[in-house]
Design a protein around this ligand. Structure first.
Ligand code: NAD
Length: 461
């Protein structure tokens, strides 16, 4: 495989199984370097240097791929670097038990094996942060960037071999055909970030080999605004979340549910936010990105043309320029085209309701969202929404910020994605002194519990 910084070269199909086989071989019968935490730390630093040393080239690639404004993407490996020693340390049970303590049960944190990591187009660098976790866990990885970001994918193909150990970390570039070939192979774990449609293809392929998977998907993330909220601030924040990266953010607010008493005020404040964000107009603004492809731009144009809602502002589309202006649509009915699939563009629908109970019914009548936003200063309402909905994360009085916080888990639930298990081995090694081992299936119960609970993250700004 060869690539320059501007031309994306797909990995030849026949190379793909060879790359997989060599990583498997190096994991199973390698030199044992993965067991050395200092080796993993070195590779983590190298991963960071790929971005630090080549900052302006990444900025250039992101601008080429999606007209991305400067500094709109980042990557942090230091958290994994600083914590890998304690993460990788064997641990004991959290509570002391007089029957089991003398047997010193211990959990070893063993890497699962070779990981396939499939990336989406919308945040080529940010979505790579999971790679740091896989490196910290001691897993060799194959990374498959999105073919819709050719400049970033080509830069990965050029730089990764210069910085990372090629025996264990490889880039495979390509589209559907190459990804299909990758998915035929028996990986030890697949991390997939992208749409639910392809997520189902990935899950089906993984099932053939009983490969555990992490699905990081999308969907329609709602924002609720009630009369106790600061309406001006709510409109600014929701609108910012919608225009950032031209609405192509997995946790962007997809639609807003506003109580009728503040609907007009909310719309007026959205117009004010629009004018203050783009005084010269969005087309000229350096902080407004473009849609990833002409096909995606056409999809958004179709939605704008077909909606039965009322366009308050925006609605301008230039297919060739991949431009869609920030668009606000009011009086959107629940069965409108805008309320079917994830919008993934700068079009914000406003749905009005009489009360919070109605908002909950709308949310619970749909697939579980990746994110849920509550704009309210009524503590009873916040509690009510939290207790009566399920989503990947909840943020109160702000949007999108949860994706930037490395201190809490990030993920979805149901159709917005699920963490089926972690990188470290799911086969717990219980070390029992004196050769006795009593099987009460407690470990399995704990595991079943931890993989079926939903880690909801709450923020309040
Ligand atoms: P996508 O599903 O179209 O593509 C993702 C990857 O799948 C790409 O690498 C692509 O090459 C591959 N792919 C596409 N079609 C395939 C097929 N038929 N068979 C096998 N592989 C195939 O997703 P996208 O449009 O690049 O990304 C946008 C989606 O990702 C949105 O839904 C967004 O919400 C979601 N997303 C989620 C997160 C998260 O953390 N939960 C983060 C970013 C994006």
């Amino acid at each position: 495989m060869s690539s320059s910084s501007s031309t994306l070269v797909y990995t030849p199909i026949e190379e793909i199984s060879k790359i997989h086989a060599s990583l498997k071989e190096n994991f199973n019968n390698g030199t044992g370097k993965l067991a050395d935490i200092n080796y993993r730390k070195n590779q983590l630093l190298q991963l960071g240097y790929i971005f630090q040393d080549n900052f302006s080239r990444w900025e250039e690639a992101l601008a080429k791929d999606m007209g991305r404004p400067r500094l709109d993407s980042y990557m942090c490996v230091l958290y994994a670097y600083n914590n890998v020693n304690s993460w990788a340390k064997p641990s004991g049970p959290s509570t002391w038990n007089y029957i089991w303590a003398p047997l010193s049960p211990t959990i070893l944190k063993e890497p699962k094996g070779v990981v396939l990591y499939i990336l989406p187009f919308n945040l080529p660098i940010w979505t790579l942060t999971g790679l740091a976790g896989a490196i910290a866990a001691g897993c060799p990885c194959v990374i498959k960037p999105s073919e819709l970001t050719p400049a970033s994918a080509a830069l990965m193909a050029e730089l990764f071999p210069k910085y990372l150990d090629q025996d264990l970390y490889r880039i495979v570039n390509g589209g559907v055909e190459e990804t299909t070939k990758l998915l035929e192979l028996p990986w030890d774990h697949i991390m997939y970030t992208g749409s639910g449609r392809v997520g189902r293809i990935v899950a089906t392929a993984a099932a053939k080999h009983l490969t555990p998977i992490t699905l990081e998907l999308g969907g329609k993330s709602p924002a609720i605004v009630d009369s106790t909220a600061n309406i001006s601030l709510s409109a600014r924040r929701i609108f910012w979340g919608k225009v950032m990266n031209c609405g192509q953010i997995c946790v962007a607010p997809d639609y807003v549910i506003v109580t009728e008493d503040v609907k007009d005020e909310f719309i007026k404040e959205c117009e004010a936010a629009y004018k203050s964000f783009f005084p010269e107009g969005p087309e000229k603004s350096e902080s407004f990105s473009r849609i990833i492809s002409e096909g995606h731009t056409q999809r958004l144009k179709n939605l704008i043309d077909q909606t039965r809602g009322e366009i308050v502002f925006g609605g301008d589309v230039d297919i060739k320029a991949r431009y869609v202006s920030p668009t606000l649509v009011k009086n959107v009915a629940l069965d409108d085209v805008l309320m079917q699939d994830e919008i993934f563009g700068p079009v914000l629908s406003v749905v009005s309701v009489k009360n919070a109970g109605e908002a909950i019914r709308i949310i619970n009548g749909r697939e579980r969202p990746l994110a849920l936003y509550i704009f309210s200063n009524d503590s009873k309402l916040k509690k009510f929404v939290l207790e009566n909905t399920l989503s990947g994360s909840v943020v109160v009085n702000d949007v999108v910020i949860q994706g930037g916080c490395h201190l809490v888990p990030f993920g979805g639930t149901g159709a917005s994605g699920c963490l089926i298990c972690y990188f470290t081995s799911d086969t717990r090694h219980s070390i029992c002194i004196n050769g006795q081992f009593f099987e009460f299936s407690i470990g399995k119960q704990i595991e079943a519990f931890t993989t079926t609970v939903n880690g909801i993250v709450t923020f309040e700004a």
